[in-house]
Write a protein that binds this ligand. Structure first.
Ligand SMILES: Nc1ncnc2c1ncn2[C@@H]1O[C@H](COP(=O)(O)OP(=O)(O)OP(=O)(O)O)[C@@H](O)[C@H]1O
Ligand SMILES: [Mg+2]
Length: 243
C-alpha cells in the first residue's frame, strides 16, 4: 500500500538557518505518528511545509500519490490534510459554532448543511455547551478542542496536531488524549501529533519520528525510541534531567 503522506528529502531554509534538512518520512493510512524533538528542531516548519503554508526549498512532498510540494494550503486542505496551530488561531470574535462552520464550508456551499455538520462536531469534541460562546471567551483547553473541531469539519484523511495538549492540566490532557483516540477510531483519520509530553506521545503513537536541529535522528516504535542512545542524548535525557 502506498503511504498516505510521503516526504522525500525536504529541506527548508530561513536565510542561513536550516530548519529542515533533507527530511524523509512516510505516514501510512491508519497510523498515529508522534513527531518529537527539542525546541527549534523543525517540527512546526515541517507541518508548515506539508500543509502548504511554506514550501520546501528542496525535496518533494506527496499526499495520496499527488505531488503537493508547491501546492497552495486551501488546495491541500481540499485534498484531505488538516492541521491545528501550536499557538491557537481560533477566530476570537466568532462563536464556536461559526468557527467550525468555516471548516465545514470547505466541503459544501450550503450553510444549513455546514451548520449541521459543525453542530455534530461540537458535540463530538464535547463543546456542545459552548456552541454560542465567542471563541475568545473559551478556556485554552476548549480553544484547542475548537481548532480540532474546525479541522475535522474539513473532513481530513490526515490530521496534523501541533502541540494540541501543551499548557493543559493533567485532567484536560487526559481528555485530549481520549479525543485523539476517538478521532482515530471512530472517524478513521490518520494522525500526526507534535507533543512534548512523553507520557502522552509514547502510549498514543504507533510510531515516533524524532527531529533534532532540523535533522531526522530516529524513526521507529515508541518502545525502541525511548531506548535510542541518540534520542536520549539529544532530547529525552535533557527532559528527564529537567524534571
Ligand atoms: N518563519 C520563520 N522565519 C525564520 N526562522 C524561522 C521561522 N519559523 C521557524 N524558524 C526557525 O526554524 C527553526 C525551527 O523552528 P520550528 O518552529 O519549526 O521548531 P519546532 O520544532 O516547532 O520548535 P518548538 O518545539 O519550540 O515549537 C528555529 O530555529 C526557528 O527559529
Ligand atoms: Mg513548534
Amino acid at each position: 500500500m502506498a503511504p498516505l503522506l510521503s516526504v522525500e528529502a525536504a529541506t527548508k531554509r530561513f536565510g542561513g538557518l536550516l530548519a529542515n534538512k533533507e527530511i524523509s518520512l512516510a505516514i501510512e493510512p491508519g497510523e498515529i505518528v508522534g513527531l518529537i524533538g527539542p525546541n527549534g528542531a523543525g517540527k512546526t516548519t515541517l507541518f508548515n511545509c506539508i500543509t502548504g503554508y511554506m514550501h520546501p526549498d528542496e525535496g518533494r512532498i506527496a499526499f495520496d500519490g499527488a505531488d503537493i510540494t508547491h501546492t497552495r494550503p486551501e488546495r491541500i486542505c481540499g485534498l484531505g490534510v488538516a492541521r491545528t496551530w501550536q499557538v491557537v488561531r481560533a477566530f476570537g470574535r466568532m462563536t464556536a459554532l461559526d468557527n467550525v462552520i468555516c471548516g465545514a464550508l470547505e466541503r459544501t456551499n450550503r450553510v444549513a448543511e455546514a451548520r449541521a455538520r459543525a453542530a455534530d462536531l461540537l458535540d463530538f469534541t464535547e463543546l456542545g455547551a459552548r456552541t454560542h460562546v465567542a471563541a475568545a471567551n473559551l478556556t485554552l483547553a476548549d480553544k484547542k478542542r475548537l481548532e480540532i473541531a474546525r479541522a475535522l469539519a474539513t473532513r481530513p484523511r490526515l490530521l496534523l496536531l501541533d502541540e494540541a495538549m501543551s499548557g493543559l492540566t493533567p485532567r484536560e490532557t487526559a481528555a485530549a488524549v481520549q479525543l485523539v483516540r476517538r478521532i482515530h477510531e471512530e472517524l478513521g483519520v490518520t494522525i500526526c501529533v507534535v507533543e512534548h509530553v512523553m507520557e502522552v506521545v509514547m502510549p498514543l503513537s504507533h510510531r515516533v519520528v524524532v527531529l533534532d536541529g532540523g535533522v531526522k535522528i530516529a524513526d521507529g516504535r515508541p518502545h525502541d525510541i525511548v531506548r535510542d542512545e541518540l534520542v536520549i542524548s539529544a532530547y529525552l535525557g535533557a527532559r528527564r534531567a529537567a524534571r
